[in-house]
Design a protein around this ligand. Structure first.
Ligand code: NAI
Ligand code: MG
Length: 387
């Protein structure tokens, strides 16, 4: 039996393309694993009314960890229209299977590194800085950030209503600010909630600080908005300050979500570890990805206490599906994160060095980097160096 059982979840669209690229590299590196194919994604919703079937959940339970490509998600109305006729009108409700997976397996921590690899023509140039790098050379503004995004609650917790049930309205009237919505008619009111727990806030802050301490990073920045979101933002801020006390050697600071979008653009090299609630972490991680070349370079790990699912930050990019056009580096760096989590440190180091080398050489590159190579060509080139 192989050393690892890996749940193999390509999902939708380019998820399939980049997972095929990952397989080329995994095989060339002689990774000792059995891959367990698992159904997840839009087709399953359309044909079975469930994007995350029970059989997938069962299969995942028998694996070491999961590797995931991407899924397509659509708003509720469109989702209902795409169901096969036999399933329509049955009151089926679509939910994002990756969000469900994170909650179901308590993958509480979403870790998203964003690193500028020297030679990447898409990396942040910082030519607008007071002291711009000479000639806007790409390697001169070194960005190496890691976002810790709370992954199971907050604004993406999934507790939502439309229309607003009377009972929910009445309960919410414990807060007098709620009253004006009654006049608009509850049938016209939609509600999404931002529910955060002390446990969730403490856990994500602890993981961010523990990572900073372990990797010798000197700064952890909380991204919140406690001046407006007073209760949830306030709770997160208090938890952050409490956890920070155990790490006196690490600089702990706080930024509002709006302000940090500006500061990150102005001085991205100043930030190291960032910690945020679910939605703010999602938003800021695309911003950080943009600084290091776009979604083609942004890997991520959904980490629980005993299980993890690894996925690139990008989605299924339907317009490129099946064309083997997109950049596999995000997926390959995701595999590197899986190696790290499994304790396969040598493989992790080799793979990252191979990705960095292919980027630096700049000869085999996908369209986003100005090249013509296919997703699989890039993977083969990485595989050649990674061994
Ligand atoms: P997306 O990430 O799929 O693509 C946005 C754009 O980014 C693409 O059109 C492409 O220009 C670029 N891009 C993405 N990945 C790339 C890569 N590997 N190489 C080069 N360029 C790349 O986001 P979009 O278009 O907003 O969403 C498409 C679908 O994906 C939606 O159904 C959305 O719900 C879903 N989605 C799923 C996620 C997941 O599986 N975790 C995350 C984000 C979106
Ligand atoms: Mg996102």
């Amino acid at each position: 039996m192989a050393k690892y059982q890996i749940a193999w979840m390509p999902g939708d669209g380019i998820g399939n393309d980049v997972m095929e690229a990952a397989k080329i590299v995994l095989d060339s590196m002689k990774f000792d694993a059995t891959y367990v194919p698992c159904d997840i994604g839009w087709d399953l919703w359309c044909k079975e009314g469930n994007a995350l079937p029970e059989r997938t959940i069962k299969a995942l339970e028998g694996t070491t960890c999961g590797l995931f490509g991407a899924i397509t998600s659509k708003p509720q109305d469109e989702a209902r229209e795409e169901l096969i006729p036999e399933l329509r009108g049955k009151g089926l409700v679509y939910f994002s299977p990756i969000v469900k997976l994170r909650q179901m397996f308590n993958l509480h921590t979403n870790m998203r590194p964003c690193k500028s690899y020297p030679g990447n023509p898409l990396s942040y140039r910082g030519t607008h800085l007071a002291n711009p790098p000479v000639g806007g050379k790409v390697s001169d503004v070194a960005i190496d950030q890691v976002i810790f995004r709370e992954n199971t609650e907050g604004m993406y917790g999934g507790v939502e209503f439309f229309p607003l049930p009377e009972a929910v309205y009445t309960a919410l009237c414990a807060n007098p600010k709620m009253k004006p919505w009654k006049d608009k008619g509850l049938e016209n009111v939609a509600l999404s909630t931002r529910i955060m727990s002390k446990q969730g806030c403490v856990s994500i802050c602890r993981n961010a600080f523990a990572f900073a301490a372990k990797t010798g990073r000197e700064r952890v920045t909380l991204i919140e908005k406690p001046n407006v979101l007073r209760e949830t933002g306030g709770l997160m801020t208090r938890c952050f300050r409490e956890v920070a006390k155990s790490y006196p050697a690490i600089r702990a600071d706080e930024a509002n979500i709006d302000a940090i979008c500006m500061w990150m653009f102005k001085n991205p090299q100043d930030y190291s570890v960032l910690v945020a609630e679910n939605m703010f972490g999602d938003i800021v991680s695309d911003l950080c990805a943009g600084l290091v070349g776009g979604l083609g370079f942004a890997p991520s790990a959904n980490l629980g206490d005993n299980y993890a699912v690894f996925e690139p930050t990008h989605g299924s990019a339907p317009k490129y599906a099946g064309q083997y056009k997109v950049n596999p580096h995000a997926m390959l760096l995701t595999v590197k994160m899986m190696f790290d989590w499994l304790g396969e440190t040598d493989k992790a180091t080799r793979l990252e060095a191979a990705v960095a080398r292919v980027i630096r050489e700049g000869t085999v590159k996908t369209y986003d980097m100005g090249g013509k190579a296919s997703t699989l060509d890039v993977a083969k080139e990485v595989a050649r160096y990674a061994g």
